[in-house]
Design a protein around this ligand. Structure first.
Ligand SMILES: C[C@H](/C=C/C(=O)SCCNC(=O)CCNC(=O)[C@H](O)C(C)(C)COP(=O)(O)OP(=O)(O)OC[C@H]1O[C@@H](n2cnc3c(N)ncnc32)[C@H](O)[C@@H]1OP(=O)(O)O)[C@H]1CC[C@H]2[C@@H]3CCC4=CC(=O)CC[C@]4(C)[C@H]3CC[C@]12C
Length: 266
């Protein structure tokens, strides 16, 4: 592979209430690096801590989303060297949003390959848009590796069992159209238009009441797998809190006054 450029391995740009995080190693189809993961982890902290940021968009540079871990880097040391000490808690990998989820919606803009670690981090996103030529797959097993980004847990929860099992066990890639058909992604658009669609959806979400949006996210995540009545206990507590907010007054008032609501997030 050509020498790495001096470019940061991930770019972070704020556009009003939307933070755009771009994986940026286009010469390696945005294969993950330690630098990229560190920038991503810091970006997630910024999303959660900055009340001005209401939605995040994750994308990749150079017509690719992410090719997963850097297989070439793995040839320099044994891929297990980072595990042998046993000191690493692999149940939580912040950069890949495994064992951690953003408190605000994460929209994926996928052009080109999103494979292995790329499809793994995709499962931590909430709204997903792909260009027509995008490709997906969890191909770690093809290289004798394990999808430690969480896919063996999350994919069977996000897809029908037999489809998740086939994708994990075969490591085969799938087209954007197949990914949409099975429900891995929500939108397929012409190549090159995924960012525009992702931003359209992000801006629409950002215009909604932030407390309502965040409470809906929390409810979906915290009640996953719960018995229904236990889940309603969580849902009603989080939902009631939204109704007591000033924003809950602003919304109906804006409707009555035939104007756009101005939500303040309290
Ligand atoms: C487990 C988690 C994830 C693991 C993985 O992702 S394994 C990697 C699997 N990747 C693949 O199978 C994709 C391989 N690539 C392809 O199939 C194709 O390249 C493509 C479909 C992506 C594109 O095809 P194309 O025809 O368009 O382009 P090409 O010509 O093939 O490629 C162009 C150019 O790019 C280079 N390239 C492409 N892909 C890669 C790649 N994956 N790596 C390197 N280079 C790539 C290609 O060679 C060409 O280059 P050229 O020079 O032009 O020939 C792990 C993810 C993160 C880990 C955690 C990180 C933090 C931790 C630290 C520790 O120490 C251990 C614990 C841990 C928490 C760690 C745990 C494991 C992870 C979670």
């Amino acid at each position: 592979m050509e020498a790495e450029t001096r470019e940061p391995h991930a770019l972070v740009e704020q556009r009003g209430p939307v933070l755009i995080v771009t994986m940026n190693r286009p010469r390696a189809r945005n294969a993950l690096s330690a630098q990229m993961l560190a920038i991503m982890r810091d970006a997630w902290d910024r999303v959660d801590e900055d009340p001005e940021i209401r939605v995040c968009v994750l994308t990749g540079a150079g017509g690719a989303f992410c090719a997963g871990a850097d297989l070439k880097a793995m040839t320099r040391d044994h891929p297990g060297d980072g595990f042998r000490s046993g000191g690493t808690d692999l149940s939580r990998i912040d950069a890949l949003l495994k064992g951690r989820r953003l408190t605000k919606p994460l929209v994926a803009d996928v052009e080109g390959p999103a494979v292995a670690g790329g499809t793994e981090i995709l499962q931590a996103t909430d709204v997903r848009v792909a260009g027509a030529s995008a490709r997906f797959g969890v191909s770690e097993a093809c290289w004798g590796l394990f999808p430690l980004g969480g896919s063996a847990v999350r994919l069977p929860r996000q897809l029908p069992y037999t489809i998740a099992a086939e994708l994990l066990l075969t490591g085969r890639h799938l087209s954007a159209e197949e990914a949409r058909r099975i429900g891995l992604i929500g939108h397929v658009v012409p190549d090159g238009q995924a960012l525009a669609k992702a931003l359209e959806l992000a801006e629409r979400i950002a215009a909604n009441g932030p407390l309502a949006v965040q409470a809906i996210l929390r409810t979906m995540r915290e009640t996953e797998g719960m018995p229904e009545n236990d889940a309603f206990a969580v849902e009603s507590r989080l939902g009631a809190a939204v109704f007591t907010s000033a924003d809950a007054k602003e919304g109906p008032r804006a409707f009555a006054e035939k104007r756009t609501p101005l939500f303040q997030g309290h």
